[in-house]
Design a protein around this ligand. Sequence first.
Ligand code: UN1
Length: 497
Amino acid sequence: MPHDQILRDAQLTKAELTGGDLEVFSPVDGALIGKVATHSPADVEAMISDAKRAFETWREVPAPRRGELIRLFGEELRAAKDALGALVTLECGKILQEGLGEVQEMIDICDLAVGQSRQLYGLTIASERPGHAMRETWHPMGVAGVITAFNFPVAPFAWNFCLAIVCGDPVIWKPSEKTPLCALATAKIFERAVKRFGDAPEGLLHVAIGHAEIGEVLTASGDVPIISATGSTRMGRAVAPVVAGRFGRTILELGGNNAMIVAPSADLDNAVRAIVFSAVGTCGQRCTSLRRLIVHEDIRADLVQRLKTAYASLPIGDPLADGTLVGPLIDADAFEMMQKALDTAKADGAKITGGARSEVAEGGYYVEPAIAEMPSQTDIVRRETFAPILYVMGYTDLGEAIAMQNDVPQGLSSCIFSTDVRETERFLSAAGSDCGIANVNIGPSGAEIGGAFGGEKETGGGRESGSDAWKAYMRRQTATVNYSRDLPLAQGIKFDI
Ligand code: UN1
């Protein structure tokens, strides 16, 4: 499909695509696909005021009614799925199947949030005082700043946005400067839902386009009580102290360095499929991508051989074309970083298969996904390189494998392939994987939205999406009500006047 048609189908106008100062290139072929207007710090301040005003009204709208707006957003997303999915592919380079999957993830979180809008419940708690009732209530919190990364240009936005809106919080979204078009197109889809809804206040969603200085206005503002940020650990290190300094709340989803342990009893056919999807999907640029394979020595040679065979037949090419499984890296910097990591691994004694640039389209950075057989888990393996490099290490004892899996600064996702329940339960136990996500007999990527998503250590500790992640968008209030005629004090204190 020609680029122009994708931009037209996403209903982006000429005015939006030309005349701005932010150049947007497609990783598919390096073509310039837009020159988008950026916002100034003053613009973002104005958005914050506007969103604050919207909050005053929105927080009093009954939550199930707020859910209706997200229900309509979900309907509009269903209608726009093909168009937005193709735009995701054009702007960030993931294959069309994954572009569509990302929009489906938005639709799924809409459904979850609609139900959640009728389930924003707290506890009733036994009071020690006669004639007293204690309860916990969840109230809207305020404006949420949502900062997202290029590799998932729309789904993590939706995880945050849909919950924030049903929880009563307007959102200011700072998308990656590499993927502003997806954000503009998404905002239009939401606008259609707003129109159908009828009486929503203005300013429930603002898109703030630009570089780091835009995010800095959000993180510094005392009028933005929640900052949810997805991206690198480096970005998180810049955001977290600023928000903490003003006692704001952060929801951080940062780097991952996800491993799979493959035990001798594993179903190797399934393991190979899971490894290939999670290591080369999105060209290794998911925060959940499989980066480390820790395989039992008894099956190591066999598994590596099977992987090499599978890798050799991977269709690398235009992510918009049917049948392609590996699209391009986002840009030249990503390619450089991958090559540097491979050089370092080689210097550490790795045996490397793949990794070369693949001449698919001159302006695109296509690579052969790489397998790096490591002598041990060296420093480069412990770092997250956002590229399709699979480091392979061997183990003989499961305790050793779990220790190796945990011995990285990041703690997002992990998995084990084994049909031995003793091994799998140990992996899931308190002494097992230290990650926010731990899977058995599936890969580390492709999480469903029903579970809480996020992880520990340098991954930042935030949880988004399903389970009780909604609580991060609300403030908890404990209320004690005295319906007696007396005034007994707690802890039995006597204070008679
Ligand atoms: C990300 O890469 O930032 O689990 C998010 C997954 C997707 C989300 C990835 N559902 O791979």
